[in-house]
Ligand binder design. Structure first.
Ligand SMILES: [Zn+2]
Length: 184
């Protein structure tokens, strides 16, 4: 795995005063205060489009589960097969981060993570892939993958999140052993 930088930040706009706050990726699910007006700045609530370098930083540094969706944004069927990731990102804001990986721009990431059939989904927790799925999936299904996190009150504690997601890791192993995903 490439070296990651926990001090990489992304801009989050304050809903109160509109000023841009720079938030470290490792703090991205916490409610920080706006530097200008001191209002709480909401955790990230939309899918983040990433390229190779920022992808590694997110996966390596974020203290929250990450659902990466690999898709080809130039492909109409691929876009149609992918449910509304904006709605999902809003629903899981503060508990998980949705990353969009455009395989047309980052073919090397698609190869590295086995995204040969699109859309392809990988759920990470504590910098480890916990669940993989390829092919169209409903938004309800994605929420089911992320549901164990709703039991985690403190999303700042990656070890606890990882523990809750152990069930998902077992699910990945079961899928690899040939069980049909739909039977779970
Ligand atoms: Zn503000």
């Amino acid at each position: 795995m490439e070296k990651t930088d926990k001090n990489v930040s992304i801009p989050l706009t304050c809903a109160e005063c509109g000023s841009n706050n720079s938030v470290f990726i490792c703090n991205i699910t916490s409610r920080t205060r706006c530097r200008t007006c001191k209002a709480p700045v909401s955790p990230i609530a939309e899918p983040v489009c990433v390229e190779s370098a920022s992808f590694m930083n997110f996966v390596g540094a974020a203290m929250a589960p990450i659902l990466a969706v690999f898709l080809d944004l130039r492909s109409g069927p691929c876009r149609l097969a992918t449910p509304d990731l904006h709605a999902l990102a809003r629903d899981v804001a503060g508990r998980a981060i949705i990353l969009k990986v455009d395989t047309g721009i980052c073919p090397e990431l698609a190869i590295a993570y086995g995204a040969s059939s699109l859309p392809h989904f990988v759920l990470w927790s504590d910098s480890e892939p916990r669940l993989e799925h390829h092919g169209a999936v409903s938004e309800a299904e994605m929420k089911r993958w992320l549901a164990p996190m709703e039991e985690v009150e403190d999303s700042q504690c990656p070890r606890r999140v990882a523990k809750v997601l152990d069930g998902s890791a077992r699910l990945v192993r079961a899928i690899r052993q040939g069980f049909a995903f739909g039977t779970f």
